[in-house]
Design a binder for this molecule. Sequence first.
Ligand SMILES: NC(=O)c1ccc[n+]([C@@H]2O[C@H](COP(=O)([O-])OP(=O)(O)OC[C@H]3O[C@@H](n4cnc5c(N)ncnc54)[C@H](O)[C@@H]3O)[C@@H](O)[C@H]2O)c1
Length: 392
Amino acid sequence: MTAPLMSLTWTDHLTGRQGYLVVDRLVRGVSSGGLRMRAGCTLDEVAQLARGMTMKEALHYTPEGRYIPLGGAKGGIDCDPREPGAYELLVRYLRAVRPYVESLWTTGEDLGLSQDLVDRAASEAGLVSSIQAVYPLLDDEVTARRRLADAFAVEVDGIGLDELVGGCGVAESALTALDRAGVACAGARVAVQGLGTMGGATARFLTRAGLTVVAVADIKGTIANPAGLDVEALLAARDAHGTVDRSALRPDDRELPGDAWLSAGAQVLVPAAVSYAIDTTNQERITARWIIEAANMPVLPEAEELLSARGVTVLPDVVVNSATNAWWWWTLFGDIDAGADAAFAHTRRSMRALVEQMLARAERDGTTPRAAAHAIVADRLPVIAERFAWYR
Ligand SMILES: NC(=O)c1ccc[n+]([C@@H]2O[C@H](COP(=O)([O-])OP(=O)(O)OC[C@H]3O[C@@H](n4cnc5c(N)ncnc54)[C@H](O)[C@@H]3O)[C@@H](O)[C@H]2O)c1
């Protein structure tokens, strides 16, 4: 991997905890990438995620769109978000990296953090907004910011639109793969790891498309039911960290160990929680035909090789989970209005086109979908660099 443009390690003066910021690339002086908080987060992980953001931005480049891709970046803080003092640590981190957020890094929620929390901490750290670095690129800043604020105020059946678009994109990726393979959605079985922002929304959209969610795992373990779980009841029983209150389970739902979601008899697996969830050892238990990477880097490269050799298709994170990021910019730059209908329609159209393109390229080149996505990015980055400067 070539070196990122910039990477820094922050050490909290009170606790000794560390946080990281990696800016992989700039386009017109700005980069985009969420902020995660998890115990064990490393600089290397953040650097890989920042590279992934460069790819996600490039993949959504369409010359006719108003949204022009940004560079990729990522932030990470090595701390369990449920620990006492985690919020204060987040505020101190944001105070430390404030000059970057003000000038070149737009950020938002990622694993372990909600957008509300990031917004509250950013304001306490003296920032106008977590995405203020992009404002100088807007034609009409006031209207654009109002449109995005309006979009964030939209709720669909109890869940904010900002927490739904990502999962809408993940679900559409899965549906595109099923359609291409001629497999009917009705009754196809799904298992999801993580029922937070990404996993929760993905489970909702796949259920509404006619699939049956037979297992979901959260930090406390797996909940399974071969006849299908009541996804909406589980979504309503989540706390702010995406943990399901077990008292909401139905009598025939079963509680199983944390890794049971891997072998719950699903055709579609959606890892939507942590990185590195599927390794060379536990991949042996997978009998699914597709793995749809809602999380970032959930399948280790050596595991993917083994899976691919026995016909399991992995749809890669850089494509599958790219819709949240793109939706912020489609809305802010004015490609879509603030409503849910436009958001879901544009997400579905864009994700289907992207997944089709990737799968067609993989077929043509005889590679994995991931290698095909990387090849598409390799074609696009020089075009973006030629049309738009690194610095503004
Ligand atoms: N939120 C976004 O907009 C977004 C966008 C793109 C990619 N992602 C990626 O998706 C993944 C999930 O992010 P999120 O925002 O949905 O997180 P979240 O914090 O909202 O939810 C995480 C979920 O995973 C579960 N979980 C955590 N550790 C677990 C473990 N060891 N085993 C099983 N379950 C576990 C939690 O209980 C929770 O249900 C991350 O990899 C993140 O980088 C998120």
